[in-house]
Design a protein around this ligand. Structure first.
Ligand code: C2E
Ligand code: MG
Ligand code: MG
Ligand code: MG
Length: 292
């Protein structure tokens, strides 16, 4: 059925759908041109500071606006970029675009911290520090306003080299964040070794916390305690309900992010969303709490 849709027809892939091998090969061939040819776009998902309710930052999430296939999620092409040696190019494009966007918002009076995802391939290439510095210089964004997100898996290949690169980055003022903590086999010894200031608690933990009171909430509480003990701030990822937001707040998470607060959106929608939120029009109970 997928093939029958034919060329030139707009097709939207479900994020959950595994792209067929043939399609993957075709996409891989097109991806290099897509990166160079401005077919990639970033959507931005708001991050809120729980004790004040203020939106303090956004996470940049890449999409491919494919001319025939529609808007493709990262799961359809980020792994391909890794397999075809295009990861460095993709990440550099993301870094330049995201820092440029943050600087543009700055100039318009909207000051947000920009969070960018970095992949394993970029660590092994050893160019992280230089590429980040180049993006900051080109955009004029202060380093304190950039956070690089990495997963434990992405540093697994060479943790020592990764830690050294991240340490160099932090010295310049850029913040380091550990993404998806609590998914897979997160190790505490690895956490200690990485110079990170922010711990993002994986959606799988956040999702079960509200459902089964007791053990799951205890798991989040333990991760928040871990972050505290290491002088790190924490962020609850994938907050989809008011209850999960309340749990994250009660357990002392510093930040939250998720569909309940806002979905990732195009850059042009962010100023209106921020304005609505500041006016109290955004459907977020916390805002009224913070205002009182
Ligand atoms: P991530 O960095 O953990 O990003 C969070 C993902 O969770 C995003 O999916 C976001 O849309 C989704 N999400 C946010 N809130 C909720 C929620 O309440 N419920 C649910 N079900 N999902 C939520 P997205 O945009 O599809 O990105 C998936 C992954 O792709 C990211 O996970 C990240 O690992 C990777 N990725 C995205 N952009 C980039 C990029 O620019 N570079 C690299 N290397 N990887 C990227
Ligand atoms: Mg992330
Ligand atoms: Mg994550
Ligand atoms: Mg994730």
């Amino acid at each position: 059925a997928a093939k029958a849709a034919g060329r030139g027809r707009v097709r939207v892939f479900s994020p959950d759908l595994r792209v067929a091998a043939e399609t993957r090969m075709q996409l891989a061939a097109e991806l290099r041109d897509a990166i160079a040819g401005e077919q990639l776009v970033l959507h931005y998902q708001p991050i809120v500071h729980l004790s004040t309710g203020a939106c303090t930052g956004v996470e940049a999430l890449v999409r491919w606006q494919h001319p025939a296939r529609g808007l493709l999620p990262p799961s359809d092409f980020v792994p391909l970029a890794a397999q075809h040696d295009l990861m460095a190019q993709l990440t550099c494009w993301v870094l330049r675009t995201a820092t440029g966007q943050a600087a543009a918002w700055d100039a318009a009076g909207l000051s947000l911290v920009m969070n960018v995802n970095i992949s394993a391939e970029h660590f092994s290439a050893g160019t992280l520090t230089d590429d980040v510095a180049a993006a900051l210089e080109a955009s004029g964004l202060p380093p304190e306003r950039l956070v690089v997100e990495l997963t434990e898996t992405s540093v697994a290949e060479d943790p020592t080299s990764a830690a050294a690169q991240l340490a160099r980055l932090r010295v310049t003022g850029v913040e380091v964040s550990i993404d998806d903590f609590g998914s897979g086999f997160s190790s505490i010894s690895q956490l200690v070794a990485l110079p990170a200031g922010l711990l993002k608690i994986d959606r799988s933990l956040v999702t079960c916390a509200a459902g089964r009171a007791g053990q799951a909430a205890a798991a989040i509480e333990a991760v928040v305690g871990l972050a505290d003990a290491f002088g790190m701030r924490s962020l609850a990822e994938g907050v989809e309900t008011a209850e999960q937001l309340a749990v994250a707040t009660a357990l002392g998470c510093t930040f939250a992010q998720g569909f309940h607060i806002a979905r990732p959106m195009p850059a042009e929608d962010i100023p209106a969303w921020m304005a609505a939120r500041t006016r109290g029009a955004a459907p977020l109970p916390l805002l009224t709490d913070a205002a009182s």
